[in-house]
Write a protein that binds this ligand. Structure first.
Ligand code: FES
Ligand code: FES
Length: 135
């Protein structure tokens, strides 16, 4: 199996690892396929809806860690609306691709960010239309 240099870089040197105390939203998702778990913490400015900070903890494979690292980099400093446009495909592309059997690892990253945004919207009673129907 071939991993891109970018995947290796983000696996060896992941960005935004850790937790945020009193996070605005926390999302945890598990991967039924492999049992791996990813948790994303968001710090969102209530005025501007901008994601000021984001951290992750991932108990999982190298691709899941690389995907978390890349995904957190991609949503940092973005508005909620912009962050929701960061799909797993976009994460995988930014990593110069993932092997087909590892695409589900990037899905985990998209889902964890969405779960954290759902948590944020519930806590603050905000309606985010893009998240309607997302579990
Ligand atoms: Fe082996 Fe996730 S299935 S690390
Ligand atoms: Fe399960 Fe990567 S193998 S998240």
């Amino acid at each position: 199996m071939q991993y891109s240099d970018k995947v290796m870089e983000h696996f060896m040197n992941p960005k935004n690892v850790g937790e945020i105390e009193n996070a605005s939203g926390i999302g945890e998702v598990g991967n039924a396929k492999c049992g791996d778990i990813m948790r994303i913490y968001l710090d969102i400015d209530p005025e501007t809806q901008v994601i000021n900070d984001v951290k992750f903890k991932t108990f999982g494979c190298g691709s899941a860690i690389a995907s978390s690292s890349m995904a957190t980099e991609m949503v940092k400093g973005k508005t909620i609306h912009e962050a929701l446009a960061v799909t797993n495909k976009a994460v995988a592309e930014a990593l110069d691709g993932l092997p087909p059997v590892k695409m589900h690892c990037s899905v985990l990253a998209e889902q964890a960010i969405k779960a954290a945004l759902i948590d944020y919207s519930k806590k603050n009673n905000i309606h985010i239309p893009e998240l309607d129907g997302v579990v």
